[in-house]
Write a protein that binds this ligand. Structure first.
Ligand code: SAM
Length: 398
């Protein structure tokens, strides 16, 4: 993580600009207790059309300056430039720094790597969609994409080296019908239209025998898969884990209607890295395929994250608001920290985590003269974020 340690200094004056970086305001952590906890500052910066926060903490006699994790932006060179610009603006006496931007590793071709927001705002296709969840080495995904050039593939993965490997292969083999997303597959399908998907492949998912709640398959996942699948479309599990197989067949056979086929040691035209490993160990491979039988209604995603209310007295608000997590059915909300903006009346930052337990989102709310907005834009319009937002408005208006 890029950071700079320098001898303690007066904070930068805001608003100000230095070396192409705008320093907009500084927020100071609020002390909930009588004793002084280590004061932390958030410096709001804007550069190269991105806005984010830098954190300043006390470290013995020094200041430690780094990116605020919640608002981290890419590429890292932008962050390093902002850190260097801050240190230069306050004429810091630097003790340690790893923000040299020379020797930046070239990023692989990212044309086919899409941010989740792309699927909220822009993604449209008339083609059939097929989705592979946890594509790992990408062998199966690449094979399918080459065999089916008229299908739009979406590959979901959360392991960055696997993503980079797949992106390289797409480029080397000139494959143009795959989009790759670094996002939790359990929540991705909320953003896909109903009845447009031909196949969802889940090959050798992590079995999570000790933490079943982390498994890809759940009742919610199966229902979302059925919604996005067109009639005749299939949700295809392939696994070496007998426990996972049993767990999934139980979930699927509890559906009110449906067609399920089961195979043992079926051959596929391509053998993935994990399959290769399990076959060499002589393990059985199980396939469970669910076929969608009905049309589903389109869902309308509610994207209203506005705050139709104001905070009359921000200092009073932060003294009284609860910082305990609030857990309700399908979502939670937790105000984690509160900051005041010193030279701006009735203003501050509220740091919170919200939404779905499996994929909590961390955000800041910027309060300016009592008016609220999500810093760096709204959370993704998932059903759990929308519910959490409604709850938050209730909390604030109390
Ligand atoms: C055991 S590997 C199997 C990889 C590949 N399908 C194969 O057969 O070789 C499971 C993969 O799923 C990915 N994964 C685990 N949980 C995931 C999630 N919630 N969303 C997307 N990918 C996930 C992991 O990063 C890992 O690459």
């Amino acid at each position: 993580m890029p950071h700079i340690v320098f001898n303690k200094k007066e904070l930068i004056t805001t608003p100000s600009s230095h070396e192409g970086v705008d320093f907009k305001f500084i927020a100071k952590s609020y002390n909930f207790t009588d004793y002084e906890r280590n004061t932390e500052y958030k410096v709001a910066v804007e550069t190269q059309e991105k806005e984010f926060l830098l954190t300043i903490k006390n470290k013995d006699q020094d200041h430690m300056l780094k990116i605020d994790k919640v608002t981290r932006v890419a590429p890292v060179t932008i962050v390093k430039d902002a850190l260097n610009s801050y240190a230069s603006a306050v004429d810091a006496n630097i003790v340690f720094s790893n923000t040299n931007t020379i020797n930046v590793k070239m990023e692989p071709q990212k044309q086919y790597l899409k941010d989740i927001n792309y699927f909220v705002d822009e993604f449209k296709t008339d083609k059939e969609i097929q989705i592979e969840i946890g594509f790992g080495s990408g062998r199966h995904l690449i094979h399918q994409a080459k065999e089916n050039p008229d299908v739009q593939f979406i590959g979901l993965e959360i392991h960055t080296p696997s993503i980079e490997q797949a992106l390289k292969q797409l480029e080397l083999q000139n494959i143009t019908n795959v989009l790759i997303v670094n996002y939790d597959a359990r929540l991705f399908m909320e953003f896909i239209k109903s009845n447009q998907v031909g196949k969802v492949f889940v090959h050798f998912p992590v079995p999570w025998d000790k933490k079943p709640h982390r498994r890809i398959y759940s009742n919610e996942f199966i229902n979302e898969a059925l919604r996005v699948l067109k009639v005749g479309g299939t949700l295809e599990l392939r696994t070496d884990s007998r426990k996972y197989f049993d767990y999934c067949t139980e979930l699927l056979t509890n559906l009110p209607t449906g067609r399920i086929t089961i195979d043992i040691n079926k051959d596929l035209p391509v053998i993935s890295k994990y399959e290769d490993r399990w076959r060499k160990q002589g393990k059985n491979i199980y396939d469970v395929v669910l076929t969608a039988a009905s049309e589903d209604e389109q869902v309308v995603i509610d994207t209203d994250f506005s705050f139709d209310l104001e905070i009359e007295d921000y200092l009073e608000f932060i003294k009284n608001v609860s910082t305990k997590p609030i857990v309700e059915k399908g979502f939670f909300i937790h105000i984690e920290d509160l900051f005041t903006i010193e030279n701006k009346e009735n203003s501050g930052l509220i740091e919170l985590t919200m939404g779905n337990f499996d994929r909590p989102v961390s955000k800041y709310i910027l309060v300016e003269n009592g008016k609220l907005s999500y810093y760096q834009g709204n959370p993704l319009p998932t059903s759990s974020n929308i519910k959490a937002h409604k709850k938050l408005k209730e909390i604030i208006s109390k």
